[in-house]
Design a protein around this ligand. Sequence first.
Ligand SMILES: Nc1nc2c(c(=O)[nH]1)N[C@H]1C(S)=C(S)[C@@H](COP(=O)(O)O)O[C@H]1N2
Ligand SMILES: [Mo]
Length: 416
Amino acid sequence: MRDDPRLPSSSGFWRSPLRGPRFTSVLGLVLLFGITVLFVTGLVSYAAYNPDLSPVNDQTPEKGILGFYLFDWPTGPHWLYRLNQGVHVTLGITLIPVLLAKLWSVIPRLFALPPARSLAHALERISLLLLVGGALFEFVTGVLNVQLDYVFPGSFYPLHFYGAWVFFAAFVAHVVLKMPIALSNLRHLREEKEVTEEEKNDLVTPRPAEPTVSRRGALWFVGGGSLLLFATTVGQNVDGLRRTALLAPHGGGDPGSGPNGFQINKTAAYARIDAAETGEDAWRLVVTGRTGTVRLSRADLAGLTLHSAALPIACVEGWSTSDQWWRGVRLRDLAALVGYDGDPPDLFVESLQRRGAFRRAALRANQVADPRSLLALYVNGEELSPDHGFPARIIVPAAPGVLNTKWVARMTFGDL
Ligand SMILES: Nc1nc2c(c(=O)[nH]1)N[C@H]1C(S)=C(S)[C@@H](COP(=O)(O)O)O[C@H]1N2
Ligand SMILES: [Mo]
């Protein structure tokens, strides 16, 4: 019964002559390196939110010891988050064909019977469920977040964060178990040796169908798929190539051209920012600190000492701008206005926007202190456009885009 080749539990059911230890091993080693980079850049990206500073930055519940590695996110080099997140998202998308091919190559094992031959075998299969399920979950949630903005119950961040830890634990166990086999398979590949009888494992079909493509051809096909995904994604980080980023839409409006002609995440219309609230008569920035509260009009702000900084916007979704020239008031100068003359404290920023998770952000003291951290009034020599945060927005070096609050209404200095 078990060997009835009409059933997927029979090895005779799976007939592709491509399947075998070498094919699986090549793809496995690519994923070993690629997924390790994804895991590290993912954790680093999480740290960049300064999630332990305030629940406003991250509401992942009970992160507890999983937050063990968090540190004060630095402000330099100023492209740090841009690089990290560009690698995370672009590499993740590029690895999709490799992941799918790897899963395809071992699919007979999913159906193998009996379900468990021993306790050890049972444990191995459970870990494989976590591995495969975790991999699919991480890739699917990541891609959906980049593509669709929102489809999850609750927040994307806790799901992707916990999924990553579960998946990576299974991944490490899998690598430890399979590494010796994978390496020996690859050594033979290099020596162009035939697969010997004893190396044949359950992945090699006993009833091979006519081959339609060589194993090498299949690897080129997978690599070509990856290259295509890479080529249609990477442009989201590069001026002049943005139109090639067919697979990396990032919502928002059409940025148009001119000084404000760079990507927009949420438009002013989307955030329901009413032009009547941002006019010279209506808008006042409310700054609070040790010595009380001051209210500043935009003209008041423009009358303070202004500074410039060339900084990018780099979103968690993987897109980023080149450096833009921002001009505005230093955050630390605003801190000094409300009683912090020496080292400035943390800062809590609130937008005019009334709804939406990104209307508030907390910045750490080191970010406030950096002379390039601004409450920007101008970009590239012109007033901020409504979509880029008029009348004023935060810009901080090396920080994720989400901390660069637009349409700022209130700033509260003090230890968080
Ligand atoms: N008030 C407010 N500020 C915000 C956001 C928002 O939704 N509301 N989005 C943030 C995110 S996620 C990013 S990536 C940047 C994008 O800035 P840009 O639209 O000027 O490119 O703005 C940040 N500031
Ligand atoms: Mo973002």
